[in-house]
Design a protein around this ligand. Structure first.
Ligand code: DAH
Length: 348
């Protein structure tokens, strides 16, 4: 056999291989068909054995021919394999019972947590009234959380807020988990000259845990300081706020109270959102529900923060987001907000 004959025979093998491949309809048949040509005992191999009979100077050329044919057959094999893969997929899709023309099943994207929904709503209401949003740290100094707010050291007023202390390193100030968002009032006044008009939403901590109290909860603080701010501004702001939140018929009432950082201080009640003020189980037949603490900023707070109490006046209030959420959503137990049972969360 000479080189030309060999080449011709190899070409014929390639043609035959391709034809065989075309005839297969299953992948394992295709692999077998390939082995017939390229396997260890395949036709190309045995053709290669004839190389030994050729004169040495022709052997490299024969080797190249063999490789060329191998590559050709491999390529045909790969192409056919791809076709069979596609056919198999098509067949599987056709055979499956899925009806691809049906509309997709609705997905249920995660909604906002009810507390965050309510907080967002509260923030929206105050922003629309022109308040800026401020924030402060959750690990606070005793100074910001109490002293600047006119709670003297060891004063019994501190007992109103069961405080969780943070173990301090040597030389550090007394640290605690803030018990209210009121320190953001202090931080704002220390940083900005009057006038200020801010709300400060945030998480606060108290050692307290029952059906209506959680050791971790959310408040929104409000502070408005300017020349000539009076109690009427406070009443007007609160009235607008509760009406935006609970409806136009809602009324408020201020009851005298005490906070170290306001003078005078008042607890604010809203007409019961369940009975409209008639008296029911939830408002304990009073027709009123307590929703927040408020007052006119105490001059001592201005002095601590570098404001001149002879120049400016202002009001402040702080409300519990959970409390509002419970009233607004009709949730009787605060703990359900933190259990994250989807059957509860999905209702909002
Ligand atoms: N910080 C008070 C508390 O957590 C609530 C409060 C009352 C905030 C009166 C105020 C205020 O800004 O003026 O109990």
């Amino acid at each position: 056999m000479n080189l030309a004959d060999l080449t011709k025979q190899l070409d014929a093998l390639a043609v035959e291989a391709r034809a065989d491949f075309e005839l297969t309809s299953r992948k394992d048949d295709l692999v077998q068909a390939k082995n017939k040509f390229l396997g260890r005992k395949g036709l190309v191999k045995s053709m290669g054995a004839t190389v030994a009979q050729l004169p040495p100077e022709e052997r490299p050329a024969v080797g190249r021919e063999l490789n060329r044919i191998k590559d050709l057959i491999e390529a045909d094999f790969d192409a056919r394999m791809l076709q069979l893969d596609r056919q198999e997929l098509d067949a599987r899709l056709i055979a499956s019972s899925a009806d691809l023309t049906l509309p997709p099943r609705g997905e249920s994207p995660a909604g906002g947590h009810p507390l965050i929904q309510i907080e967002d709503e509260l923030i929206r209401i105050f922003r629309a009234m022109g308040f800026d949003v401020a924030s402060g740290p959750e690990i606070e100094t005793d100074l910001h959380n109490f002293e600047y707010l006119n709670f003297p050291p060891d004063h019994p007023a501190r007992d109103m807020q069961d405080t969780m202390l943070v173990e301090a390193l040597a030389g550090q100030q007394d640290l605690l988990l803030r018990t209210h968002t009121s320190p953001v009032q202090v931080r704002t006044m220390l940083k900005y000259k009057p006038p200020v008009r801010i709300i400060a939403p945030g998480v606060v901590y108290r050692h307290d845990h029952d059906q209506t109290h959680s050791p971790v909860f959310r408040q929104i603080e409000c502070l408005h300081v300017d020349k000539g701010i009076t109690l009427s501004h406070l009443k007007g702001t609160l009235t607008h706020f509760v009406r935006a939140l609970f409806g136009a018929q809602t009324r408020i009432r201020l009851r005298p109270s005490f906070f170290p950082f306001t003078e005078p201080s008042a607890e604010v009640d809203v007409s019961c959102v369940f009975c409209g003020g008639e008296g029911c189980r939830i408002c304990k037949q009073t027709g009123w529900l307590e929703i927040l603490g408020s007052g006119m900023v105490d001059p001592n707070v201005y002095l601590a923060c570098g404001y001149d109490p002879g120049e400016v006046t202002g009001y402040a209030f702080g409300l519990g987001v959970e409390r509002v959420a419970m009233l607004k959503l009709g949730v009787p137990d605060i703990r359900t907000f933190y259990e994250n049972d989807v059957r509860f969360l999905e209702q909002f």
